[in-house]
Design a binder for this molecule. Structure first.
Ligand code: KMT
Ligand code: NI
Length: 179
């Protein structure tokens, strides 16, 4: 089951949870207000397949592949993980369905605070185009995820600042600070 919380201010070891004391958890409703969507996928493989296929159809995801982040399986592992953890945005949704391992997606809230989203198997997360975010493995150093995309995938990260980009301007318009 997914959990999300506001991060503390420490910049030490990105793979640690970085919860505040006491923890300040963030609800799925609050994530939705940022345009971040979460789906819990069934642990039964057949049901999971049906559920994911329906979601793909409903949202027009025509492309699918799988990424494994581990020292052995990910080419240029160290470099890629550095890129994933640079604060960035994309011009399209980022969709990840976790099937093995675990990791953290961090997203900026409307006050520019970091919210850490913990992902484990059966979690499916959709980040909207234009949201500032980053990804890190946790201290187990392993995650496997399905990636989806509408049409030909574009994985290009646009590092912050990217405030003049159309994707960013649309995001800010769709999810205003007051909303
Ligand atoms: C990304 O784009 O940040 C990733 O693909 C991270 C690994 S998938 C959980
Ligand atoms: Ni990204």
């Amino acid at each position: 089951m997914v959990r999300a919380w506001f991060m503390d201010d420490s910049s030490e070891d990105q793979r640690q949870p970085h919860m505040t004391d006491p923890p300040q958890f963030v609800s799925l409703d609050d994530l939705k207000k940022l345009g971040v969507l979460y789906f819990e996928i069934d642990s039964d493989p057949k049901k999971a397949e049906d559920q994911v296929n329906k979601l793909r159809k409903d949202r027009g995801y025509t492309y699918q592949d799988m990424i494994t982040c581990s020292k052995d399986k990910l080419p240029n592992y160290e470099e890629k993980l550095k890129v994933f953890f640079e604060e960035h945005l994309h011009t399209d949704e980022e969709i990840r369905y976790i099937t093995e391992g675990s990791g953290y997606f961090d997203v900026r809230d409307k006050n520019d605070k970091w919210i850490r989203i913990e992902l484990v198997p059966n979690d499916l997360l959709i980040l909207p185009a234009g949201i500032y975010h980053r990804f890190t493995l946790d201290d187990k150093n392993y995650i496997q995820a399905h990636r989806f995309f509408v049409g030909e995938p574009v994985w290009t990260p646009h590092n912050r600042p990217a405030d003049d980009m159309e994707a960013r301007q649309s995001y800010v318009k769709n999810f205003p600070v007051s909303g």
